[in-house]
Unconditional design. Structure first.
Length: 381
């Protein structure tokens, strides 16, 4: 038996996407900038994909560009916008993905101020603190739609309203939500929105950035005039059509997928909390339908992942061994989990392809893995 429950890390490419990727790699492989028929066919596929992806988030096709990843979209939104300001202030949250935190840190070294707004024990941003942080020179609020580690969904509608009222641009990293829960740029007053293909059953190395009409960005790279002069380099047409197809399929069956994944998620949450000193992380209900995340007292995360892997279970932990020092997840620390407990975190993330059998298998194996690790843990008595 095998169980892949690491779909927040990446997903299986769906067969519908594979089909169009194949077609655009083998037959319609032209360069969309070329004038001949190969080029025109590729250009048409590219523009149809742009129409499709933008319509799935309620946007105009002119307001969307394709990038190489969620990371690039986040960087372009933040640094590309900051390039139009000589210093100034950005507001973000303490639990953003590094693709947002690192560009913010980079800007801090280059004359900008950044406020990292705290979250509550469930990972929900403190709206009062966000409002109070606004200054005369605040030009951007960047808050993720849902967190990749604990699955908590942020009140982006409220944040969008605050941003609009104060004449500040609003960026959201929707990498973990696109194709999983409803998403509309107009309903939420979003000015910039990042998506990644490989989290929604599309191929890796493709992303998109929605840029509301009138918002001025500078490119991060310099070269040709592709993607509204914002992202030079020949477009990855095969990847983009695959992304577009995957997003279309995910959105078409969204209701059904939400119901399927939530049922499995709720079973994981209910059963895993029965393990001695196992704690749910993230909001009990206001969370992604595919995310079940926990920490266990007296457990070292990486050993747990390796033992699960030994049983053919793919999962992840927020704990990472870097430069010989165990680093606890900044997200878990921000929700108030103690440093030593944060090392025992486990993230199980489902997809629409996840099965009841996979979940039952994990529920069967996990208590034994925890028990075994605790027999050798210096943190467990
Ligand atoms: N933002 C969030 C919330 C993510 O979870 C990830 C990937 O884990 C990214 C950004 C980066 O996306 P990509 O892998 O496409 O660069």
């Amino acid at each position: 038996m095998k169980a892949y429950l690491d779909n927040a890390a990446t997903t299986l490419v769906c067969p519908e996407a594979l089909k169009v990727i194949n077609e655009h790699s083998k037959v319609n492989y032209g360069n969309p900038s070329s004038l001949h028929s190969w080029g025109r066919i590729a250009k048409k596929s590219l523009e149809l994909s742009r129409i499709s992806v933008s319509s799935l988030i309620g946007a105009e096709s002119n307001d969307l560009i394709f990038t190489s990843s969620g990371t690039e979209s986040d960087n372009l939104a933040i640094k590309g916008l900051a390039a139009h300001y000589k210093g100034g202030h950005i507001i973000t949250s303490k639990i953003e993905h590094p693709a947002v935190i690192e560009p913010c840190k980079y800007l801090e070294k280059n004359g900008f101020d950044v406020s990292y707004i705290p979250v509550d024990e469930y990972g929900i941003i403190n709206i009062n603190k966000l409002e109070n942080a606004i200054r005369g020179d605040t030009f951007l609020i960047s808050v993720m739609h849902a967190n990749n580690e604990i699955g908590t969904i942020q009140p982006i509608k409220k944040i969008g309203q605050i941003a609009k009222k104060n004449d500040i641009l609003f960026h959201t990293d929707a990498v973990q939500t696109a194709g999983k829960i409803p998403l509309d740029v107009n309903d939420n007053n979003i000015d910039l929105l990042s998506i990644s293909s490989h989290k929604l059953h599309g191929p890796k190395g493709v992303g998109a950035l929605f840029i509301r009409k009138g918002v001025k960005l500078s490119p991060l790279m310099h070269g040709g005039g592709h993607e509204h002069k914002l992202r030079p380099s020949t477009e990855n047409v095969a990847g983009i059509v695959g992304f577009s197809k995957a997003f279309e399929i995910a959105t078409k069956n969204m209701e059904k997928n939400i119901s399927h994944m939530s049922k499995l998620r709720d079973k994981l949450i209910k059963e895993i909390q029965k393990i001695d000193q196992a704690y749910l992380t993230g909001h009990p209900t206001n969370r992604l339908p595919n995310n079940a995340s926990f920490y266990f007292k007296g457990i070292e995360g990486e050993s747990m992942i390796l033992m699960l892997d030994d049983k053919n279970i793919g999962a992840s932990t927020g704990s990472a061994c870097s430069s010989k020092k165990l680093q606890a997840s900044h997200v878990l620390l921000a929700i108030g989990v103690k440093q030593e407990d944060a090392h025992g975190s486990l993230r199980l993330t489902l997809s629409r392809y996840s099965t009841q059998e996979e979940v039952d298998y994990v529920l069967n194996v996990l208590p034994n893995v925890i028990a075994e690790l605790r027999t050798i843990s210096p943190l467990w008595n």
